[in-house]
Write a protein that binds this ligand. Structure first.
Ligand SMILES: [Zn+2]
Ligand SMILES: [Zn+2]
Length: 440
């Protein structure tokens, strides 16, 4: 463009902008008030604990209630964040469900209508069948979320198996659903699906989390599989589904035992980082309640973050700044120099005992196969020394401190209480809390 013409264009554009600005002033449209102070959700910027559950099922897969009803349950029960993690699907797109007169959905629909009203609940008749629309997260979250109070985090349970061994990996803060990737062993199947989450994270630049679910479900995953699956940084040490065998049996290690074996192997042998333990509900059933039913409210995580956003929660979990609970609330867990201190928010009439669990650097990490009645090795977690995951100190009362000697591979704490869980994973369970392992 010749220079003269260019100056003319600049002049005309500038004049246009001036006229527009004047018009907007004269138009009397009020300017928004200038922002002052900080938004209340940011508080004073100091971190606090947020309660959340990152494993739940809805009618988007095999759960038996509408996602809004489930989210509403969690919101009313003091949770701050929730991920709905249906099997190999995210809550998006258009989905209509048939509601026959006598199926369980009809009862769910009745409650759904009573709670949310006919203006919200969408129904239609299609080819003579009564249908109700399953709302996507993008739509229903607006109804339930509240800044600084309640947050929905997108998620999925990537659900697959290697031969007969179930391999389920929860992916949190996903953008797009991930279809399961096969692998040529249990460990490789876990790793392949972890890598799929890592790839999406890289592609989107969005913090995401993957954790290995219920290792003892179907006796699918052994400690040795997790120890070697180096991408795995998190697993479920306690899952509320009564079918997942958290406590193991005579031939199978409990999830807590698996945790110690993995920690000892990784830190003592493989030079790999620690693995953190999460508690989740894995709830599927919302209409009948009690032990043996797959209900919400059994175990959760408390995450320390400055504010409530998916990114802040994911980053704090990645930093290990959270604990797992089935009912015990902690004021604080802190490491100061060589001291690890757990402060409990004590409830009246309840007694507390804190166990510090460690594996010493000098502990033998040798193992033997577990044998069946005929002396044949079983395909289960191997047998390790009782020095792996040993209780090295026990403290009664609301505050417990352990002084690290530097001879430990790691130390973690478990708080046991005398209060029975109101709707336990297993009959007779008392409320407990687990803190994350620290390395001297
Ligand atoms: Zn599962
Ligand atoms: Zn599940």
């Amino acid at each position: 463009m010749p220079r003269k013409l260019r100056s003319l264009v600049v002049l005309v554009v500038a004049f246009g902008a001036l006229v527009a600005a004047a018009a907007s002033r004269q138009g009397g449209r009020p300017e928004p008030a200038p922002a002052t102070g900080r938004l209340p959700i940011l508080g004073d910027g100091s971190p606090r604990f947020w309660k959340g559950n990152l494993h739940t099922h809805s009618l988007w897969s095999d759960g038996d209630d509408f996602p809004e009803m489930i989210a509403d349950w969690y919101r009313r029960h003091g949770y701050h964040f929730l991920a709905m993690t249906d099997h190999n699907v995210m809550a998006e797109g258009e989905r209509w469900l048939n509601v026959a007169g006598k199926n369980s959905r009809a009862a769910a629909l009745k409650n759904y209508l009573a709670r949310f009203g006919s203006a919200w609940v969408e129904q239609r008749v299609e080819k003579g069948k009564d249908q109700v629309r399953l709302k996507p997260l993008a739509e229903y979250r607006s109804l339930l979320e509240e800044p600084g109070k309640f947050l929905m985090v997108p998620g999925e349970e990537i659900t697959t198996r290697f031969v007969k061994a179930p391999v389920h990996v929860n992916a949190i803060n996903l953008r797009n659903a991930i279809q399961p990737t096969p692998g040529d062993s249990v460990a490789e199947t876990i790793r392949a699906n972890y890598r799929a989450v890592a790839d999406q994270r890289k592609e989107t630049g969005r913090p995401m989390l993957a954790f290995l679910n219920h290792p003892n479900f179907g006796w699918g995953v052994k400690a040795e599989d997790i120890a070697l699956a180096q991408e795995v940084r998190f697993f479920e040490v306690h899952n509320g589904h009564p079918g997942v065998r958290n406590y193991g049996d005579e031939t199978h290690a409990s999830c807590e035992r698996i945790w110690d074996i993995v920690l000892a192997q990784r830190l003592g042998q493989h030079k790999l980082p620690v693995i953190y333990g999460l508690g989740t509900d894995d709830a599927h059933r919302y209409h009948e309640w009690g032990p043996g039913k797959v209900n919400p409210g059994r175990s959760w995580i408390m995450v320390r973050a400055p504010y409530l956003s998916a990114e802040a929660i994911v980053r704090a979990i990645e930093a290990g700044d959270f604990y797992t609970s089935t009912g015990v609330t902690l004021r604080d867990v802190r490491r100061a120099g060589d001291q690890l201190t757990v402060s409990i928010r004590a409830e009246p009439g309840v007694k507390y005992r804190t166990q510090f669990v460690a594996t010493a650097r000098t502990a033998s990490l040798r193992s033997e196969p577990r044998l069946d009645a005929k002396g044949k090795p079983l395909n289960v977690t191997r047998v390790y020394s009782p020095e792996v995951g040993k209780v090295v100190a026990e403290v009664e009362g609301p505050e417990a401190t352990y002084r690290l000697t530097g001879k430990e591979l790691y130390v973690r704490a478990k708080v046991l209480s005398t209060r029975p869980h109101p709707n336990p994973y297993q009959k007779g369970d008392m409320e407990v809390a687990w803190t994350q392992p620290v390395v001297p």
